[in-house]
Design a protein around this ligand. Structure first.
Ligand code: OAD
Length: 243
């Protein structure tokens, strides 16, 4: 399977990757739906929805501060490095990520679309301004530095909210043109991201799924690698002669 995937990668001119929480699992960041995953132990309604934020903003701020602490203490893993290498090697490569941890960017990846936002950004509900904020521990102060209103919120997409329209349009455009689509460490249950998988297949792309477990989208894959992405992706790049 590694060699089959490497053969597809060698031929590809416009490879694309869709990543989920499994990409960062080997860095020690919990996923959402696996055993021990965040949504097995915490309520997404309370912590990751506009209603939850209205009900108890302090709780939500503390949850994001805690997640920032976790990510700050973790290091990018070989899969993040492999994606950054692929980006350098292939001018047309882009990463569509559902992850908000910024670990891909920490190893130099630049062509990244953060579909679900970032733990490292805030947005003001009053003036709409977005801010990068890299402080750890995170300050629990919701005053907007631009308009002075106490209306900041985490810069992530919550359940029931739409993704940034510009991000979705760009992702769709890339998916419609790609010739190889990697599906990395996602349970492929959250839309619109999961919908990019059949869309890529319909556009004629080969699909490589790397995930120790099957997903509802596995049937769309041309090649399935049932292994941790931190092992499989560097092996595929090596077999394709990309370093
Ligand atoms: P999930 O937790 O739903 O799925 C994680 C996937 O990673 C599972 O399919 C695992 O089998 C797989 N996995 C675990 N370890 C792996 C490894 N080492 N290598 C490869 N795969 C591995 O996470 P997502 O699919 O990212 O959204 O979830 C999608 C969205 O749902 C998240 O972005 C988040 C969540 O609610 C929001 O918060 C808006």
């Amino acid at each position: 399977m590694i060699q089959s995937a490497a053969n597809l990668l060698k031929k590809a001119k416009r490879p694309l990757a869709l990543a989920g929480a499994g990409l960062s699992a080997e860095s020690g960041i919990p996923t959402f739906r696996d055993t021990g995953g965040l949504w097995k132990n915490f309520s997404f309604q309370d912590l990751a929805s506009p209603q939850g934020f209205r009900k108890n903003p302090q709780l939500v701020w503390e949850w994001y501060a805690m997640r920032r602490d976790t990510v700050a203490a973790c290091r990018p893993n070989p899969a993040h490095h492999a994606l950054a290498t692929l980006e350098k090697h292939t001018p047309e490569f882009w990463l569509l990520t559902q992850n908000v941890d910024g670990l891909s960017q920490r190893v130099g990846a630049q062509r990244v679309i953060e579909l679900h936002g970032s733990l490292w950004r805030f947005r003001c509900n009053h003036c709409g301004q977005e801010f990068e904020d890299l402080e750890v521990p995170m300050r629990l102060d919701n005053t907007c530095a631009h308009c002075g209103t106490k209306a900041l919120r985490p810069g992530v997409v919550w359940f029931g909210e739409s993704l940034d329209r510009h991000h979705v349009e760009m992702a769709r455009e890339l998916v419609s043109k790609c010739d190889l689509f990697f599906v990395l460490g996602t349970s492929a249950q959250v839309f619109p991201a999961a919908g990019f998988i059949p869309m890529a297949r319909q556009a004629g792309a080969e699909v490589i799924e790397i995930n120790p477990d099957a997903t509802p989208m596995s049937d769309h894959a041309t090649v399935v690698v049932r292994a941790p992405v931190g092992e499989a992706l560097p092996a595929i790049l090596k077999a394709a002669g990309i370093s």
